[in-house]
Write a protein that binds this ligand. Sequence first.
Ligand SMILES: NC(=O)c1ccc[n+]([C@@H]2O[C@H](COP(=O)([O-])OP(=O)(O)OC[C@H]3O[C@@H](n4cnc5c(N)ncnc54)[C@H](O)[C@@H]3O)[C@@H](O)[C@H]2O)c1
Ligand SMILES: C[N+](C)(C)CC=O
Length: 488
Amino acid sequence: MKNMFINGEWTEASSGKTRNIINPFNQEVIATVAEGDKEDAKLAISAARKAFDHGEWSQTPATERGKKVLHIAQLIERDKEELAELESLDTGKTITESRADMDDIAGVFRYFAGLADKDGGEMIESPIPDSQSKVVREPVGVCGQITPWNYPLLQAAWKIAPALATGNTIVMKPSEITPLTTIKVTELMEEVGFPKGVVNLVLGEGTTVGNELAESHDVDLISFTGGIETGKKIMQTASGNVKKIALELGGKNPNIVFADADFETAVDQALNAIFFHAGQVCSAGARLLVEDSIHDEFVEALVERTKRIKLGNGFDEETQSGPLISAEHRAKVEKYVEIGKEEGATVLVGGSRPEDPELQNGFFYLPTIMTDCRSDMRIVQEEVFGPVLTVERFKDEDEAVHLANDTIYGLAGAVFTTDIDKAERVSAQLRMGTVWINDFHPYFAQAPWGGYKQSGIGRELGKAGLEEYTETKHIYRNLKPEPLNWFK
Ligand SMILES: NC(=O)c1ccc[n+]([C@@H]2O[C@H](COP(=O)([O-])OP(=O)(O)OC[C@H]3O[C@@H](n4cnc5c(N)ncnc54)[C@H](O)[C@@H]3O)[C@@H](O)[C@H]2O)c1
Ligand SMILES: C[N+](C)(C)CC=O
């Protein structure tokens, strides 16, 4: 039984409720955890509020805060294998992916640990004689952090590390279906040792625990990663006390392949772009845009390789792709494929569950490619968040850019070409937070991550990811105070 962490204590849910966590590969119960609700969220928020207002952590020298954040990185590296196994059990992703996630996560804690004491404020030029002006950054306060199921610990790390490095107190709420690695990292943070109430973990549903974090006037910042509809609700709920908000939402990301691209590389990367983690990636390259002249040959090569993708248990080293996260999520993917067919798209490969008897207990869906797609179709516009690739054609650079930008989202996109001038021209016109040239998917702690348009508000990672967790203060000092005599 795994509990919540509130005010430095591991506690059961106040209602006494629990939840079984299941492995999406075979539906076996892998853990039982406390199922918190609004009451537990209130307790955690109150603990975080007291800890912040007391000031012990926010006034700890930044270098010392950085050392503690670095210590978390070291413990993650020490327990990497255990964490990776928990992540694969909980999400179904392959153990190779989970190990890579753990390396990234440790890197994120190291990066923000290093940044913790690098900003000592800035003196600015004052236009007023005999005065001095400086600008400093201070912690925001109590931060609610709500995370999704697809990269459970990685998305939490992007929030925990900068928040703690800058002296905030936190209340984490992982997805109710994938809490295991966030619980484990909370144990590691307990081992590192933070003042009581600085780190809190509440388990439970979004509509109860998450909603309380968004609504509470004792929370100063809400950082959310998840779906667009939830993001909109949180934005409204958070307006009650005009708290700061950071939203990392979905995407419907274009992958543009020009005829002059290196063919083999572009085919290989188009597969990675969509089928990595069964397409359950916010930045998945779900919309392939291919130049007319190579369309048929390109699609044929993709289909050939897609048929060979090995689905299976994430712990089997041969497995290239695991299951989807849940029965509900698979039903959503299936519904979208049906919608796509009704809209006139053609399924060239996949489009159903696998028949392999060994996969029948898992939430598997075959990697799917749909052609004859047009920009006005729902299957092209809406986030499916599964292994479903739509293919559109374009005839020239202008049309490629137009189609790529024809979306409410603006998270990420890629362009494949050997003409580097063209790559730069196209990248400059894409309305997205990340553009990859001749690659797909790289993200790392040093580079900011976030979306244009309805893909979100704010940035995680990079210096911008640290600044999200600070308020900016201007301190002006009169060096020669004397009466002004305006109101004699
Ligand atoms: N932009 C990014 O970096 C990024 C990264 C990962 C995932 N995502 C997005 O996340 C989505 C998939 O994740 P999901 O299905 O877990 O998303 P989701 O929106 O259903 O849930 C995300 C989190 O929000 C909580 N939640 C749900 N309703 C809530 C409410 N009313 N108030 C407060 N919290 C609430 C959930 O419990 C969960 O912890 C996809 O759309 C994906 O694109 C984006
Ligand atoms: C942000 N990223 C790519 C790690 C996960 C998106 O779902």
